[in-house]
Design a protein. Structure first.
Length: 250
């Protein structure tokens, strides 16, 4: 555990010791700020009974934050180690493959969650502006952040897998972004198309990230959503470990 925590601190330190980490934080602040402006305009035009979290999720800025920042956060996880020549030294130390993979994943996820902390400030500011305490319920906010964590875990695992496949952080970011946006579009409103067979609609709805997050933003914890994210995240981490293990013996 001590070695694992040391590796996690190393990963977190790398984000704050480079310009990339601050660029990601600035981008999240900018997008959440735009989301706040959008929400204020909506509430001014028409009163909404829905919680603020659900209204923010309905804007495009939520998925922009997830889809754009996750490849940037994870692109250096393994690729930068290989490019700098420190990957071989890391893998020859007395640490297991799973320790390395989980430490890089945990560091990326922790930084991802740190970038979402200003979102709490956005919610609080909107509550102060509107004066509607009912729009900001702690339980709903907590469930929403559970959804943000699960979605982030899936995309961080996907980014780590992409980074383990290449020596270039740019290629890793592009691969993670393409796979991420493909996964997002795979289940985006699957019932909107009449061309799909009937059996495909429930399948696509089961993997629909937008439908899952819609429930979390409403304050609903659905067991099958949690199982889906945990299973998909574990599968991607397992594939990442297999890639790392195969490169260790080359």
């Amino acid at each position: 555990m001590r070695v694992f925590m040391a590796l996690v601190r190393r990963e977190l330190g790398a984000y704050f010791n480079s310009l990339t980490g601050y660029v990601v934080i600035a981008a999240v602040l900018l997008l959440t700020g735009f989301g706040l402006v959008d929400l204020i305009e909506r509430i001014r035009q028409m009163p909404y009974p829905s919680p603020v979290t659900e209204l923010f999720y309905q804007t495009t800025y939520f998925w922009l934050v997830v889809l754009l920042t996750s490849p940037v956060i994870t692109m250096r996880s393994f690729a930068a180690e290989k490019a700098a020549g420190t990957y071989e030294a890391l893998m020859t130390t007395p640490v297991g493959d799973w320790q390395v993979v989980l430490a890089k994943f945990a560091g990326a996820l922790a930084f991802y969650l740190l970038t979402w902390l200003p979102f709490l400030g956005v919610l609080f500011a909107l509550r102060q502006i509107t004066g509607e305490a009912a729009l900001f319920e702690p339980t709903i906010v907590a469930v929403t952040f559970l959804g943000i964590t699960l979605v982030g875990g899936l995309f961080m695992a996907l980014g780590c897998f992409a980074s383990a496949l290449t020596r270039s952080d740019i290629i890793a970011a592009m691969v993670a972004f393409l796979f991420g946006i493909g996964l997002w579009m795979l289940g985006y409103r699957p019932d909107a198309s009449g061309l799909l067979p009937t059996w495909a609609i429930p399948v696509l709805e089961h993997v629909s990230l937008t439908r899952h997050m819609e429930d979390f933003a409403r304050g609903l914890v659905v067991g099958r959503h949690v199982v889906f994210y945990l299973t998909a995240t574990w599968l991607l981490l397992f594939l990442t470990q297999r890639v790392v293990q195969s490169r260790r013996w080359k």
